[in-house]
Design a protein around this ligand. Structure first.
Ligand code: ASP
Length: 337
């Protein structure tokens, strides 16, 4: 019997049309299927349109609409394909990984770099690949399918603004290649066990991401502290905080921690993660400030994980425990002491 898949559309380039002001989403979800008539041979597809946004306009609250659409239809379908703009797709893929846990069914996010209506579009291939992946036996949880690759939802990063190969899997292998209708599965990461699916219907957007640059004034964090409950600091290399007298971030970050702000150290470097123990600038920060470290997590995953955790607790020890508990393969490093 053919599987039943729900296509949930949210906008993005894949649904965009040319206007005098540039591309803007306009194609409804049902029409997206017109570009892949062969999908009818593979599975039965229903469609629902929950948003029609350029994903630059996507807000954390919009992730909850996706969760709700999946929760409400969960028992009626074998899997879900979400079409989405590529610009914030990595955040959505991470967020859905935290907001929908232990899913025994696949949730596949896709989109395209060029609109369906353009001759050179990558949209039909990405959409068809998503259905092909979605109907495989034993695919569970949240993935991105794009340019013939399946990437775990917590490991996605947009790395190219124009090319079809727009996404990479960060610090984790690509789990499958999809070529026409053939699939090579390198990994079958479905160790999520038989626990029941869990949906979360809250998100706390009070997370700030600060990218350090030489010369930045630490007192920017005074303002951040007024508005946000957690700050991820994208530091340099293996990680550390400047502590020179001119611009002492170490001191400012300690002040924030003493005001019960959650501090997470991450790195601006795309691959291989952080390690605060490597240099004095990191080791001192680690010793003097109660902080967390992203290790091999992507920054997108760290942002979404904190937004999910902060709906449940703001207490440092509990945040720490949840942050270091792996979800959907977001963190592979051993739990630090
Ligand atoms: N600006 C578009 C979006 O993120 C880009 C895309 O979909 O490729 O919605």
């Amino acid at each position: 019997m053919k599987k039943k898949i729900l296509l949930i559309s949210t906008g993005g380039t894949i649904a965009s049309q040319k206007t005098s002001m540039g591309l803007t989403p306009g194609i409804p979800s049902q029409r997206l299927l017109e570009w892949i008539p062969e999908v009818k041979d593979l599975c039965d597809v229903d469609t629902t349109q929950i948003l029609n946004l350029d994903s630059t306009n996507m807000q954390p609250e919009d992730w909850l609409l996706m969760v709700r659409a999946i929760r409400d239809a969960y028992d009626r379908y074998d899997g879900f394909v979400i079409t989405h703009g590529t610009d914030t797709m990595a955040y959505t893929a991470a967020a859905l990984s935290y907001l929908i846990q232990n899913s025994q069914k696949p949730i596949v996010i896709t989109g395209s770099q060029r609109p369906m209506e353009v001759g050179t579009t990558d949209g039909p291939q990405n959409l068809l690949d998503s259905f092909v992946f979605c109907i495989q036996p034993d695919v569970r949880g949240v993935y991105l399918v794009f340019d013939g690759k399946a990437i775990v939802g917590t490991r996605v990063r947009k790395v190219k603004t124009r090319s079809y190969s727009a996404f990479e899997s960060i610090n984790f292998p690509v789990v499958a290649l999809i070529n026409d209708r053939r699939i090579i599965r390198y990994l079958n990461p479905c160790q999520q066990g038989e626990r029941p699916v869990q949906f979360y219907d809250n998100i706390h957007p009070g997370v700030f991401l600060l990218k350090l640059i030489p010369g930045m004034e630490p007192d920017i964090l005074d303002y951040v502290a007024q508005r946000y409950d957690a700050v991820i600091i994208e530091s340099y290399g293996s990680g550390g905080l400047p502590f020179t007298d001119e611009r002492n971030f170490l001191q400012k970050v300690s002040e924030l921690a003493s005001k019960d702000k959650i501090i997470v150290m991450a790195t601006q470097v795309m691959l291989e993660g952080s390690d605060l123990t490597a240099y004095e600038v990191g080791a001192i920060a680690r010793q003097k400030v109660p902080l967390l470290e992203a290790y091999d997590m992507t920054v997108e995953a760290a942002v979404a994980k904190l937004m999910w955790i902060l709906t449940q607790t703001r207490e440092f020890a509990q945040v720490k425990e949840m942050f270091y508990t792996p979800v959907n393969f977001d963190l592979c490093w051993p739990m630090p002491q």
